[in-house]
Design a protein around this ligand. Structure first.
Ligand SMILES: [Zn+2]
Length: 178
């Protein structure tokens, strides 16, 4: 094997390695986006009867952490959510059914570790339920279309409403509208 051949093989090897790296990092970030909300792609979510969906359906389309929080009423660990420190312009939709819930215009940094909003995108965008788990009286925030647990609302938010909708990141998907 002469020097030119060794050089050619080395160049080929480097090229294929960098191509592999590019493909690998590209597909991994893509699958992350797709794994949360893939079931909403290519359908008109307004035409689906989300309330009729079974436990098996939700288990199959949601990530385990989404299922725990959105369908079983759990809470994600603070400061871990994708949208906690995220301030791009757009609309937050329900990660279960795609309903528009909150606008980035009403998002603020509450310092609590969860995405916080001072109001929903419209009056009917969320439903409130009285929640007395852990001996605390709180108002649970629920998706009115699919029944997903989203978080809780408190009265210590900023003006103009004084409300703080404390929402789990995993219950949201961000739509930049682009
Ligand atoms: Zn929903």
């Amino acid at each position: 094997m002469n020097f030119k051949m060794i050089l050619a093989i080395a160049i080929l090897l480097i090229a294929s390695l960098s191509l592999f790296h590019f493909t690998y990092s590209g597909s991994s970030s893509k699958s992350l986006v797709q794994s949360s909300g893939k079931h909403l792609e290519g359908i008109d979510p307004d035409e689906v009867d989300w309330r009729s969906k079974t436990v098996e359906y939700w288990e199959s389309v949601l990530l385990p952490e989404q299922y725990d929080v959105c369908r079983l009423g759990g809470t994600e660990r603070p400061f871990t959510g994708e949208y906690n420190k995220f301030y791009e312009k757009g609309v937050y939709i329900c990660s279960s059914c795609g309903l528009e819930l909150f606008s980035s215009d009403a998002k603020f940094d509450s310092g609590t570790g969860w995405p916080s909003f001072w109001e929903p995108i419209n009056q009917n965008a969320v439903e409130l339920k009285r929640d007395s788990t852990f001996g605390l009286i709180r108002n649970e925030v629920v998706c009115p279309r699919c029944g997903a647990h989203l978080g809780h609302v408190f009265n210590d938010g900023p003006e103009p409403t004084g409300k703080r909708y404390c929402i789990n990141s995993v219950c949201l998907l961000f739509d930049s509208g682009k």
